[in-house]
Ligand binder design. Structure first.
Ligand SMILES: [Cu+2]
Length: 159
């Protein structure tokens, strides 16, 4: 290999390796709730900080218990290019949660991770019986009132 070819080879190798240096792989540098932590206040978000800008983030929360069938797909916000916030919009039960996140870093590589934390805060889930029971009670009262009305009209001979 002549000197000029060797020089060309070194220059090309340097050019090719630059993007991978500039666009390095992002890494998770901070998470809240922290891995292994216990949350005792109401949880409204999961916040992940990366070493550089990320995009196309997804965060899911999965409670770990026998009768748990919920999967929370959090709605994503980017307060800063390297910060991903997943909003928890509904009340969640007390349980150990697996957080699974997936992001794409500037070099185009997707990567993901999982960690868990314990939620021991207030249970703000809407109990469906609290909605259904008053409706059933109101309907029962109206039906009873209507029956009384019909009976009275019959007795008065207007029906
Ligand atoms: Cu990469």
């Amino acid at each position: 290999m002549s000197h000029s070819y060797l020089f060309l080879f070194i220059v090309l190798a340097a050019i090719v390796s630059v993007p991978s240096l500039v666009l390095a792989h992002a890494e998770l540098s901070d998470a809240s709730p922290a891995p292994g932590s216990t949350v005792e206040q109401e949880l409204d978000q999961v916040r992940l900080v990366f070493t550089e800008e990320v995009k196309d983030a997804r965060i899911t929360l999965l409670p770990q218990c026998e009768d748990c069938d919920e999967v929370y797909e959090l709605s994503i916000e980017y307060p800063q290019p390297n910060v991903v916030v997943g909003k928890v919009k509904t009340g969640i039960r007390r349980a150990t949660y697996n957080v699974t996140w997936m992001v794409t870093s500037l070099d185009g590589h997707s990567f993901s991770g999982t960690y868990s934390f314990v939620y021991d805060g207030p249970d703000k889930r809407i109990n469906r019986y609290l909605i259904i029971l008053p409706l059933v009670a109101i309907m029962a009262i109206f039906s009873f009132a209507f029956m009384l009305f019909v009976l009275r009209q019959k007795r008065q001979g207007t029906l």
